[in-house]
Design a protein around this ligand. Structure first.
Ligand SMILES: [Zn+2]
Length: 210
């Protein structure tokens, strides 16, 4: 994330190693343990996230609702990593708020990334992306001056909990964030940060007046 060279061994299981940056605290799987792009897409294709699935809608609402409480219908959002069903944007539309969709595999329209947004949601996305630094720099560029970013990802607690964590066993999960990493991100981008609930965090970008 921070390009600090000081990585230390964090954990090893039957399939992969996990290393932690001593600076931003991000835990990552080294590239030699990553699956191929084709294997990754095949894993995502297995997830049949239908928009009429009330369980999936409830899951997405945990990330979307904190945003909907803080925006109005004049504001435009982006669902980054929207998935095949683009369900979150449909839910926002039902609440009267417009949300564009981007997904590397299912909605790869670069023009969507050529404008700015009042808010961005990314539910269960950042744990899949190895280029954490590039992704957060992109979020920073995509957000308007007072833009908001809502992220859903499960958090690293400590080594002991990590060793028993089913979340790390998904072969497409390669980056694991903790509160310390989110605090580091907020500091380095000059954002405000708050934990909304167990798996959801909210960042507020603010630019100091010139
Ligand atoms: Zn780092």
């Amino acid at each position: 994330m921070c390009e600090h060279p000081d990585l230390t061994f964090y954990h090893q299981d039957r399939k992969r190693e996990y290393w932690q940056c001593q600076h931003c605290q991000l835990v990552q799987v080294p590239p030699q343990f990553h699956i191929t792009t084709e294997q990754e897409k095949a894993e995502y294709d297995k997830h049949d996230n239908q928009d009429d699935d009330s369980g999936y809608r409830h899951f997405l609402s945990r990330c979307l609702n904190p945003i909907l409480e803080r925006v109005d219908s004049s504001q435009l959002g982006l669902d980054f990593g929207c998935g095949e069903g683009r369900v979150l944007s449909k839910m926002a539309q039902e609440a009267g708020v417009s949300v564009n969709n981007y997904d590397l595999y299912y909605a790869d329209d670069q023009s969507v990334l050529a404008q700015q947004y009042d808010f961005i949601t990314a539910t269960e996305v950042i744990e899949h992306i190895y280029d954490a630094k590039g992704t957060f720099e992109l979020f920073d560029r995509l957000l308007t001056a007072n833009g908001q970013l809502a992220l859903m990802t499960k958090r690293v607690i400590d080594k002991e909990a990590f060793s028993r964590w089913h979340y790390k066993n998904d072969p497409t999960h390669i980056c694991f964030y903790s509160v310390a990493t989110f605090e580091w991100l907020a500091d380095s981008f000059n954002w405000e940060f708050k934990c909304i609930e167990k798996d959801v965090v909210l960042f507020l970008k603010y630019n100091l007046p010139e």
